[in-house]
Design a protein around this ligand. Structure first.
Ligand SMILES: NC(=O)c1ccc[n+]([C@@H]2O[C@H](COP(=O)([O-])OP(=O)(O)OC[C@H]3O[C@@H](n4cnc5c(N)ncnc54)[C@H](OP(=O)(O)O)[C@@H]3O)[C@@H](O)[C@H]2O)c1
Length: 349
């Protein structure tokens, strides 16, 4: 049970990402020194929001260049750090070459960062951003889950390179992390398993799956009807807060499901329509399943995916995150409303 030295820097990998940006912001607000890695430091527009936050907060921000696929590239950034928060990993749902674009960066990247942690004196804890995608593969699996609820005990055993490759990338990366953590005594591993993350972004990037889903809710893509798919949803600010709690609470251990509540796409549309300013063409009805079977394959939904997910509600047990990390969840309706508001204000709808 290490007492993490808060005076020493905290490393955040993939710091310019959607979730990581909120982690960096909270760390800077608390006065920490943050070693933030980005893939390409010359792309200053990707970090402008971070440098702006650093200019008004008490913490110090230092930027480093590092790539998940370049062995050793995290060494310099990790030097002197007590806490390593590893968030960097691609989150794309439609990709032609999943091995290259998802599995390699997730798995080799986790190996790269954690092996560097083994070689860096003074690292006390590693917090890994995994996902509920490492807990279950398809919604149908809820039927055979003990008590018909997903918990931290479960592992995704159905995803593969061919079926749900993003979920597969998160599963193999988390498994690898536990394996490496078990080979050394210097630091412990704490894992965060968020469900679908929504809520306002600190940057105007829309290349991530969360922003893209929210854009499709607001731009009329589901006007003809929403697919009968269900997601656990959690606010990005809760996800970021959970990383700090998992990082600094000495007794934090193991995996943590983060979910406020689970909803269908149509339920999310209804919440958005009923909110003040709900003027966008949010979905109003369900898309008939047969239409998805007809057209889904052209939009990246395989029949296998549809058979195993369409019409299957989800349930998650978030008790551990509340009891052990002390996390409090805001209502999903507030999260969705504030995300649409941010996209609207930034002219991204
Ligand atoms: N969003 C969700 O709903 C959700 C849910 C559960 C778990 N997660 C996990 O949360 C983490 C962050 O996701 P996010 O939603 O914040 O996505 P994001 O905004 O797309 O951030 C992904 C980050 O990974 C970095 N990255 C990708 N490939 C890299 C490479 N080869 N080398 C170095 N960095 C690389 C990106 O760097 P660049 O800035 O250079 O592109 C970016 O900073 C991921 O591990 C994701 O699997 C996300």
């Amino acid at each position: 049970m290490p007492v993490i030295d808060k005076e020493r820097p905290v490393l955040v990998t993939g710091a310019s990402g959607y979730i990581a940006s909120w982690i960096v912001r909270f760390l800077l607000e608390e006065g920490h020194t943050v070693h933030a890695t980005v893939r390409d430091q010359s792309k200053t527009e990707k970090v402008a929001h971070l440098t702006e936050i650093a200019s008004r907060e008490s913490g110090q921000l230092r930027l480093f260049e590092a790539d998940l696929l370049k062995t050793g590239s995290f060494s310099e950034a990790m030097e002197g750090c007590a806490l390593v928060i590893h968030t960097a990993s691609p989150f794309q749902l439609n990709t032609k070459d999943p091995q290259r674009s998802l599995i390699d960066p997730a798995l080799k990247g986790t190996r790269n960062v954690l092996e560097t942690a083994k070689q860096t004196p003074g690292v006390q804890r590693v917090v890994l951003t995994s996902s509920v995608a490492a807990i279950y593969g398809d919604a149908i699996e809820l039927e055979s889950a003990p008590g018909q609820i997903f918990t931290e005990e479960q592992w995704n055993e159905s995803s593969s390179l061919q079926h749900q490759p993003y979920s597969y990338s998160k599963t193999v990366a988390e498994r690898e992390a536990w394996k490496i953590a078990g080979t050394q005594p210097e630091w412990d591993l704490v894992v965060i398993n968020p469900s679908f993350v929504m809520g306002p972004s600190l940057s105007q990037r829309v290349d991530g799956a969360s922003a893209q889903f929210m854009q499709s809710m607001g731009n009329g893509q589901f006007k003809a009807g929403a697919p009968d798919l269900y997601f656990g949803v959690v606010d990005v600010r809760e996800v970021a807060r959970a990383h700090l709690l998992a990082g600094f609470l000495p007794e934090a251990e193991g995996r943590h499901i983060l979910v406020a509540s689970a909803h269908s796409v149509l339920e999310m549309g209804t919440m958005l329509r009923e909110a003040p300013g709900g003027q966008y063409p949010f979905p109003k009805k369900k898309l008939p399943n047969f239409l998805l079977y007809l057209f889904g394959p052209f939009q990246g939904f395989s029949w296998k995916y549809l058979r195993r997910n369409l019409g299957y509600p989800l349930r998650f047990n978030n008790r551990k995150s509340r009891a052990k990390l002390g996390l409090k969840y805001r209502p999903v309706a507030e999260t969705l409303r504030e995300h649409i508001q941010q996209l609207d204000e930034d002219g991204l709808l």
